[in-house]
Design a protein around this ligand. Structure first.
Ligand code: 3H9
Length: 708
């Protein structure tokens, strides 16, 4: 036994402590260590019970996820897995009491269920989150959990992957006692109370497995839900099959089926993508040129300038995280309207059961409306969220420079504009940074943090850290038009429009991308965001367009007809009063007519071409972004697309998806488009190079040492 697992004794009770920081991942060595310790304790006549507890901040957050990549790439020889080790624990003749704090997730919960009793601190969390990694519990979790909590709850936990609280676990019978004070002391007391009494093996407890009729409706409902809420993912359906096996087969046969389903999932592209996304989300927080020790600036209070859709949403984000927020507008009606919208949004969250009235009341107290800059000198950070126009932004930043205290962070929520030019309106560009929230700001997880030329490391590090506190995934990006997300979205939506102008119906374009896994098709997304936004930008930047280069026009024509999307009740689609889209054949006809007038040959387009044109447009622009050093690594782009643009997580993001397809294939297809459609499709040089070298974006070691 090594340092990972320690065996000690408290009089007649053995204590096994797991120490594998940071989260006590259940690596093969940890599992081996636990079994050795159990064997040793089992043989000791002076031991009448065993307490198993996690050292450090948590019990066990699951199997070591890093091991999975080694298994699928063939780097690690696969052993028998955890299952036999857990049987050994369950078969030990002395009661094993598992003491839980922090999280008992995945393999951690499976281990806990192989023990004979579980005690937990009240704020512990228990769950089988494997489906979120594209796999299912692989160490008997789908077989033991229904035996402890019943079939319906086990299906929900295994198929949806969300944890439950210790309180709920107590009610369900997953936990036997909550320990309010010292967990170890409480677990020792508990173990002495039950020592000597007959121990129950979880795998032999069959009384909660239900009857076939009840179970059939539970599984049918779970499958239905998985098809809609986790569309396209295979792991939830596999998890449901595995739990169903627990109700039909013996424990041993159920475990065999679970193992097979686990393997099917583990070796799938989906789990590779989801595991990549798990680590990617953590990797984006690490900025190579900003050391971990960089001093953080204090941020205890903030101000938001502008109470429109974005400003109001941003104020809610800060208030939800407990920050007092000063919310400024230019005039009384705008301020009134902004506050009313905030209240309405909070009320709808209460109605849906997402927030409690008490939470909302407390948050509203934190938002202080104002029409002046008077109190701005007291805040630690300002987020400007006024109308997207350079002149106005510069005016606001000039004002902020005059009123804010030295050291305050001055952030802009611009989605496209040059952050250096905005910073030039102040005498302290080091304090200026972009914090680009996504709409609706209080819901969307993504936060693009835009680094200006002069933004200080302290300001960047503070904003990255702050994003976590706000419940966001912060991704640091360089300064260019549209930054990363919107810059790539331009070519994506351009191609979608070209496809429609070339003969694809509006609904076929949306369907192809929806079926690919996007949360919404590109035309419906345009309607949601407002077609007029792009129209106005295109009008403003028309002088920058290269003469003779093909530009999409159908959307501009729709705007000229007053069809701005959902907000005007019509865009690419028509909308009813509940904003549900209705096909409008008239639009398809109009587009056909405009295309004929423009001399665009009409043809049938396959869904494969639709997907390739749109997704590879993202990939090619993403490659340029990588090449220019706007991001450090492909994972930055992927995490942006997964969290801000509805890209399916099980495909890992556009760059990972391209790697999965094979960059040689992607390059060839893009070269074909280049020949057919001209210079807009010129392959990014880095894509060409990687394709020729047989490499992937994920392997690309950034050759630049600084971000652009
Ligand atoms: C499983 O159990 C399968 C079984 O059925 C068995 C099959 C045979 N492994 O998230 P954080 C790292 S599948 C390896 O920043 P937090 C993480 O990368 C597993 N590493 O902290 C990070 O590293 P770094 C099922 C892991 O406090 C560091 O720990 N379990 C693992 O915000 C800190 O993590 C899950 O899916 C792991 N299992 O959140 C749970 N977990 O510092 C996955 C974390 O180098 N984990 N790391 O960037 C979580 O959900 C969160 O990490 C947790 C802590 C809530 C636990």
């Amino acid at each position: 036994m090594d340092d990972l697992v320690q065996l000690t004794k408290d009089k007649d009770v053995a204590i096994i402590t797991i120490n594998n920081p940071p989260v006590n991942a259940l690596s093969p060595a940890v599992a081996q260590g636990i079994v050795q310790a159990i064997e040793q304790a089992g043989k000791d006549d002076g031991t009448k019970a065993v307490v198993l507890i996690g050292g450090g901040r948590t019990f066990i957050a699951g199997a070591d996820i890093k091991e999975f990549g080694k298994i699928t790439s063939g780097k690690t020889q696969r052993g028998a897995g955890l299952l036999p080790l857990l049987l050994q624990i369950e078969d030990v003749r002395k009661p094993v009491v598992v003491a839980i704090h922090g999280s008992a997730f995945g393999g951690g919960l499976e281990l806990a269920m192989a023990g004979h009793h579980r005690v937990a601190v009240p704020n512990a969390q228990l769950g089988q989150p494997e489906v979120k990694l594209g796999i299912i519990p692989g160490a008997g979790g789908t077989q033991r959990l229904p035996r402890l909590v019943g079939v319906a709850k086990a299906v929900e936990m295994c198929a949806e992957g969300n944890p439950i609280s210790a309180q709920e676990a107590l009610k369900l019978g997953l936990v036997d006692r909550l320990i309010e004070d010292d967990l170890l002391a409480g677990a020792l007391d508990f173990s002495r109370e039950i020592a000597g009494k007959p121990t129950l093996k979880t795998r032999e407890r069959n009384n909660k497995l239900g009857n076939p009729e009840q179970n059939a409706s539970v599984f049918a409902a779970a499958r239905e839900k998985a098809h809609t809420k986790q569309r396209g993912m295979m792991s939830p359906l596999a998890a449901i099959d595995a739990v169903e096996a627990a109700t039909r087969l013996s424990f041993e046969e159920g475990c065999q089926l679970e193992r097979k389903l686990f393997d099917d999932c583990l070796f799938s592209d989906q789990s590779k993508a989801l595991i990549y996304a798990f680590f990617g989300e953590r990797e984006v927080a690490k900025i190579p040129d900003i050391p971990k020790e960089t001093a953080l600036l204090p941020v205890n209070s903030v101000a938001v300038v502008g109470a429109g859709t974005m400003g109001g949403g941003i104020a809610m984000v800060f208030a939800n995280a407990g920050f007092p927020v000063l919310l400024k507008e230019a005039d009384e009606p705008a301020l009134h309207h902004g506050l009313a919208t905030i209240q309405k949004n909070y009320q709808s969250s209460v109605k849906r059961g997402r927030l409690t009235q008490r939470f909302v009341d407390e948050r509203l107290q934190l938002i202080k409306p104002t029409l002046s800059y008077d109190d701005f000198g007291k805040v630690d950070m300002v987020v400007e969220a006024v109308f997207e126009g350079m002149a106005l932004k510069k005016e606001v930043f000039g004002q902020l420079d005059r009123v804010c205290r030295p050291g305050a962070i001055l952030a802009s929520n611009t989605s496209t504009l040059d952050i250096d030019e905005i910073a030039s309106a102040t005498s302290r560009p080091v304090a200026v940074i972009g914090t680009h929230f996504f709409s609706p700001a209080n819901i969307m997880r993504l936060l693009e943090i835009v680094r200006g030329k002069a933004s200080s490391k302290e300001v960047i590090a503070t904003c990255m850290q702050l994003s976590k506190k706000l419940g966001k995934v912060g991704v640091l990006v360089g300064n260019c038009r549209g930054f990363v997300g919107n810059r790539m979205f331009g070519p994506y939506r351009r191609e979608a429009q070209f496809l429609v102008e070339e003969g694809a119906s509006i609904e076929s374009v949306d369907k192809a991308l929806f079926d690919f896994g996007m949360a919404m098709g590109p035309m419906a997304t345009g309607d949601l965001a407002g077609l007029d936004v792009g129209w106005r930008i295109r009008k403003e930047y028309r002088h920058l367009e290269k003469p003779g280069l093909r530009q999409p026009f159908a959307e501009d024509r729709l705007c000229e007809l007053g069809r701005y999307g959902q907000k005007t009740g019509a865009g690419w689609y028509k909308y009813d009063e509940n904003r549900r889209p209705i096909l409008d054949p008239e639009v398809n006809e109009m587009v056909r007519r405009w295309a004929r007038e423009a001399g665009i040959p009409q043809r049938k387009l396959s869904s494969e071409e639709i997907v390739d044109r749109c997704i590879y447009a993202l990939v090619n622009e993403g490659a340029r972004i990588l090449e220019e050093g706007i991001v450090w690594r492909a994972a930055d782009i992927d995490i942006i697309y997964l969290n801000g643009y509805g890209f399916p997580a099980y495909r890992g993001g556009p760059m990972w998806y391209a790697d999965t397809v094979g960059l040689d294939k992607v390059y060839r297809r893009i070269s074909e488009f280049h020949q057919q459609h001209g210079e807009l499709w010129e392959p990014a040089p880095v894509l060409k190079r990687l394709a020729e070298e047989g490499k992937t974006f994920a392997e690309l070691n950034r050759e630049q040492t600084v971000m652009a």
